[in-house]
Design a protein around this ligand. Structure first.
Ligand code: 5GP
Length: 183
């Protein structure tokens, strides 16, 4: 039997969080890891539901304690990581687990858990990704430019993944993901 651990990754702006939100609603049999982050909460985000929000010292402690399955610093700023304990517990119970993390984190999971299944969520086209990354309209141009550069690098990583799902529609991606995870 393949590992019950699935990692969903892909370039920023591809729609990972929409897919994950839909899965949370439609597929409660899939357990989703809650990450730890040093980023401050956005309005409406709840500690322990969206993320565990910690300060830098708290994050350092978790790393020092070996409590992180993987972690990464995004855009040279805040750190994000997956707490190891809850994932190991769920896997022991045979529960399908999903991590929605960045590409650097996915690589670390590959090393830590070689039988994890790595799923890459790809945009229908590069033009569509550019549209989504610029369409948010809230960030200054240099931030968007940096995002596009990172997205290009992240897209190039698709070949390292076991499966690529093209995000044509949220419903289709969710159906395929559930089919992969729940067998
Ligand atoms: P946001 O700040 O918008 O909530 O998330 C930004 C990015 O952080 C997303 O692309 C998401 O995949 C990534 N991310 C969230 N949690 C984790 C984590 O635990 N580990 C890693 N490596 N990346 C994460």
């Amino acid at each position: 039997m393949h590992s019950r651990l699935t990692v969903l990754s892909g370039p920023s702006g591809v729609g990972k969080s929409t897919v994950v939100a839909e899965l949370r609603r439609s597929s409660p049999q899939i357990w989703q890891s809650i990450s730890v982050t040093t980023r401050p909460p956005r309005p409406g985000e709840v500690d322990g539901r969206d993320y565990f929000f910690v300060d830098d010292a708290g994050f350092d402690r978790l790393i020092a304690d070996g409590a992180m399955l993987e972690w990464a610093r995004l855009y040279g700023r805040h750190r994000y990581g997956t707490p190891r304990g809850p994932v190991e517990e769920k896997l022991k119970e045979g529960v399908p687990c999903l991590l929605e993390i960045d590409v650097a984190g996915a690589r670390q999971v590959r090393r830590a858990a070689p039988d994890a299944r790595l799923v890459f969520l790809a945009p229908p086209s590069w033009e569509e990704l550019v549209r989504r990354l610029t369409g948010r309209g809230t960030e200054p141009p240099e931030v968007v430019a940096r995002r596009l550069a990172v997205a290009k690098q992240e897209l190039a990583a698709a070949g390292e993944f076991d499966v690529t799902l093209v995000n044509t529609s949220v419903a289709t991606v969710c159906r395929r993901l559930v089919a992969l995870m729940v067998q």
